[in-house]
Design a protein around this ligand. Structure first.
Ligand SMILES: Cc1cc2nc3c(=O)[nH]c(=O)nc-3n(C[C@H](O)[C@H](O)[C@H](O)COP(=O)(O)OP(=O)(O)OC[C@H]3O[C@@H](n4cnc5c(N)ncnc54)[C@H](O)[C@@H]3O)c2cc1C
Length: 476
């Protein structure tokens, strides 16, 4: 029988890889998806987006139950967290969606190849050979996949501070999902999305939480006003915040862990806790695919690509957390996968525009943004005009008892272009979809001010926020 030559072979079955596989198959391409783990889904499904948001939902319910009396619901009594049940529910959700991915592969006739994939060098007569070996790549080659194109989608690993190793006290996003009970106290090193999300979850469940962040503010990639509001609300929730703080030492004690850091004022400070979560970023997994056999030159570990995600090696593409200059987010990897699939199939495609990527942080309160911050817009020389509307003026926010936060719109006064939208408050991560669409379709401020928003909704807050740019919010 003639050897199968695939149109595209994808190495890595996380959200970037599996989305590329499905979309390429939908276009009629012959697709192989190579995954080294026993289940598809990658970091996002097993250790990231889905498990954390599942647990955040438990925390949200818990927060509501604490206020049951205020909502006129009697008889709830004293509520306690059953942590093993929280984890069980999380595991059930993850398993359900992992099975869903297996189904989608069968449905779309994607061949799933189990094992560790690596490149063998440039294509010969237009055909690449991907070597697949068992385990983590340390075992003998078990098969070879012949393909016209390769997409690398190998994802990332949690970074560790130098000299530290993760265990049951020093945790990354993986170990923390295995702890056997809610810790009495937790130090979170790093206040990016992952750090502040876990801080929020465990504070809701009653842990004493301390955040230590090197940069001068929480969620440093967000608009400064958002960082300030989050810090204010976290302090109100009793979270100890230390920004501009340089960690000097992390030591285990008999009962937990001790973190020594230099504070923003230059003082040496020591905090102790039962556990420490290290959330200092993600390192691209680009060491394990034999890139040395290609023309690809890494940029600080990341793979540079062109607008169609093609690397310096013809016929080899890269998507997801390994791509230089792209935010490490599941939806970015997935969209890059869809772009490559369309490009390879010769169908309409448009490159991912960095300024149109939503960023969401699923804390309490939620944060979501798209486009330029006020500072970035000023730096780029726009005639910046900003509007801000507080959730206190929104009736649905009263109904859902969530008044903290605001919606901020950054515009260019010349043509009314919407440059950025920044939200902190209830359902921010859902509300941002409207702003992404508006920016994607290049809607002007005037157009959005005359777009009908249903009443009473949190989305109406956006209508007021657009109006506030012209000093014409109705409800403030
Ligand atoms: C705690 C946490 C929460 C997060 N929450 C969110 C969120 O809410 N929203 C969001 O958008 N993003 C979130 N992220 C980020 C998101 O998880 C990543 O951006 C996303 O998983 C990247 O997708 P990927 O496909 O590039 O890589 P991954 O998901 O890491 O998948 C890569 C896959 O490739 C496989 N692989 C690697 N090397 C090989 C090889 N040589 N051969 C075969 N297989 C290989 C791996 O086993 C893995 O299955 C979160 C991350 C963390 C850590």
């Amino acid at each position: 029988m003639a050897e199968t030559i695939y149109d595209v072979a994808i190495i890595g079955g996380g959200p970037a890889g599996y989305t590329a596989a499905i979309r390429a198959a939908q276009y009629g391409l012959k697709v192989a998806l190579i995954e080294k783990d026993s289940k598809l889904g990658g970091t996002c499904l097993h250790w990231g987006c889905i498990p954390t948001k599942a647990i955040l939902f438990n925390a949200e319910i818990w927060d509501h139950l604490k206020h049951a009396k205020e909502y006129g619901i009697d008889g709830v009594g004293e509520v306690t967290v059953n942590w093993p049940e929280v984890l069980k529910r999380k595991n059930a959700i993850v398993t359900k969606h992992a099975k869903g991915l297996d189904f989608l592969m069968r449905k779309n006739k994607v061949t799933v190849v189990s094992g560790h994939g690596r490149l063998t060098g440039p294509a010969t007569s237009g055909v690449h050979t991907v070597e697949v070996s068992a385990g983590n790549g340390d075992k003998a080659t078990v098969s070879e996949v012949k393909t016209k194109n390769v997409i690398l989608a190998t994802g990332s690993d949690a970074k560790m501070l130098p000299g530290l190793q993760a265990d049951s006290t020093i945790l990354t996003n993986m170990e923390i999902l295995h702890i056997d009970r809610v810790p009495k106290s937790l130090i979170v090193i790093g206040a990016g999305a992952v750090g502040v999300e876990f801080a929020s979850i465990f504070r809701s469940f009653g842990s004493e939480v301390t955040i230590v962040e090197y940069l001068p503010r929480l969620v440093p990639v967000e608009d400064e006003d958002i960082s300030k509001e989050l810090a204010r609300l976290y302090r109100k929730r009793g979270i100890d915040i230390n920004v501009g703080a340089k960690v000097e030492k992390v030591e285990k004690t008999g009962t937990g862990v001790k973190v020594t850091f230099t504070s923003s004022e230059g003082n040496t400070e020591v905090k102790e806790a039962e556990k420490v979560l290290v959330a200092v970023g993600r390192a691209p997994r680009t060491e394990n695919v034999s890139l040395d056999k290609t023309k690809i030159k890494l940029e600080r570990g990341f793979i540079p690509t062109d607008q169609w995600m093609e690397t310096a090696e013809p016929g080899v593409y890269a998507i997801g957390d390994i791509v230089a200059g792209m935010p490490q987010l599941a939806h970015v990897g997935a969209m890059c996968g869809m772009v490559v699939a369309a490009h390879l199939a010769g169908k309409y495609a448009r490159p991912v525009n960095r300024n149109r990527i939503p960023g969401c942080t699923y804390t309490e309160p939620q944060i979501a943004s798209v486009g330029l911050t006020e500072a970035q817009a000023k730096e780029k020389g726009y005639n910046v005009k900003v509007g801000k509307f507080p959730f206190t003026g929104n009736s649905k926010a009263s109904i859902v008892d969530s008044h903290d936060g605001f919606l901020k719109i950054v515009t260019d006064s010349k043509h009314g272009e919407i440059l950025g939208v920044h939200i902190i408050g209830p359902s921010a991560t859902e509300l941002i979809a409207e702003a992404v669409t508006a920016i994607e379709l290049e809607a002007t401020l005037e157009e959005m001010m005359f777009t009908i928003h249903a009443h009473p909704t949190l989305a109406e807050g956006l209508l007021d926020a657009y109006g506030s740019v012209e000093g014409m919010a109705i409800n403030a």
